[in-house]
Design a protein around this ligand. Structure first.
Ligand code: GAF
Length: 382
């Protein structure tokens, strides 16, 4: 949806429901070039914000109540700002969680009215939830706190919202990318030190294409949390804080004492850490073929060792390989959603046509295809 159209619809709804004059904020979904399930292991990730956003109109209402409308779901929630006021709708818990996490950090939140909408596809692994959290965290920091909370803390507010109000024990990658994203730039983030570097990403001969299997991915109560538990168990066994500090040799030395499943989970994470560093070097040298090889290796690891793929995503990965696509892999938490594909521009149309027709032939519905446009993260709209 064009952002202007989205804004018009939101404004129309806001005016007819609340009658006051709102400010507008937006934050983005994200992609990740490489570095999957490494964030909660203290490793490296390589995300960027995209041109798909959650946008909200917000105005203080002088009360201690929050009234929020989700335009896309056509639902409204109203809640207070104490812990016992948590709303029951799962989408509203993201907004409530952000309010509470700001308050827990000593920040201010008073009553407000809000209407939001978005074009980040839900359950596609593009982190619509981080976009929603970041949008409200950024807005409430601006409206009630004079922007005194720094941006990294805004990302942490979103992450704590997931942990404490939404049941997902996620890492920091999605919220970080959503808050810190910059147009045309990917971010290599070290999730242990939180040091980060922006990498311009605009290769002349390649583009990034997402192919969405439309297998819905839902991280709450999913095996996502179990993956994290496996990693923490192995780190505990090795006596290190996170698997960031583990090596293949260390893992081999305890192989007989841990389950085969935990062994494979940890093996993936240790290998993935090296792949992200390999991609950073390859990007600096403009070696996109090497970037692609590492992406395929990540897919194999996510599918065979980390076991977060599914038949449809493995199929899309195979089709990409057969078409000669440079790099392809499942992206995000897994269990459905998209593959991310690094495709030579001259191959783009043939790949997209083949992927869509072969997928439809096998699964009876077309996958969705999105070109990736690396864009700005959380912001106030003028
Ligand atoms: C999800 C989580 F929210 C992230 O923190 C990250 O772990 C990702 O899965 C896997 O890399 O998007």
């Amino acid at each position: 949806m064009e952002n202007n159209m989205m804004r018009e619809r939101i404004l129309h709804e806001f005016e007819s429901r609340f009658g006051s004059e709102p400010s507008f904020y937006a934050s983005a979904g994200r992609i990740n070039l490489i570095g999957e399930h490494t964030d909660y292991n203290g490793g490296f990730v390589f995300p960027g914000a995209i041109d798909k956003v959650i946008m909200a109109a917000i105005a203080p209402n002088g009360s201690d109540r929050v009234r929020v409308v989700s335009l896309d779901l056509d639902e409204e929630a109203e809640f207070g700002l104490r812990e016992e006021d948590a709303p029951s709708q799962s989408w509203a818990r993201y907004v409530f969680g952000v309010c509470r996490e700001i308050q827990k950090r000593g920040g201010k939140v008073k009553g407000f009215d809000a209407v939001f909408s978005g074009d980040v596809p839900l359950g596609a692994g593009l982190s619509s939830s981080a976009a929603l959290e970041s949008c409200f965290a950024y807005a409430l920091n601006d409206i009630f706190n004079g922007n005194s909370i720094d941006k990294l803390e805004l990302a942490r507010i979103g992450q704590s919202t997931e942990h404490n109000y939404c049941g997902v024990n996620c890492g920091i990658m999605d919220q970080f990318a959503s808050v810190m994203g910059k147009k045309g730039k990917l971010i290599r983030l070290d999730c242990r030190s939180m040091d980060f570097e922006y990498f311009p990403f605009a290769p002349e001969d390649y583009e990034l294409i997402l192919v969405d299997s439309r297998v819905k991915h839902e991280l709450a109560d999913s095996p996502y949390n179990k993956r994290r538990e496996s990693c923490e168990r192995v780190a505990g066994r090795l006596g290190v804080e996170t698997l960031r500090d583990a090596t293949e040799e260390m893992l081999e030395s305890v192989r007989g004492e841990i389950s085969d499943e935990d062994y494979r989970r940890a093996k993936f994470v240790i290998e993935e850490k090296e792949r992200v560093l390999g991609v950073s070097d390859a990007l600096k040298e403009g070696d996109y073929e090497r970037v692609g090889e590492l992406m395929y290796a990540t897919h194999r690891g996510l599918s065979k060792d980390y076991e977060v793929s599914c038949e449809e995503l493995d199929f899309l990965n195979d089709v990409a390989k057969e078409c000669g696509v440079t790099g392809s892999r499942i992206m995000g938490g897994g269990f459905g959603g998209c593959t991310i594909n690094l495709v030579r521009k001259d191959l783009r149309d043939r790949f997209v046509e083949t992927a869509v027709s072969r997928f439809k032939e096998k699964y009876g519905h077309e996958p969705k295809v999105y070109p990736v446009v690396i864009s700005d993260g959380a912001r106030k709209l003028s």
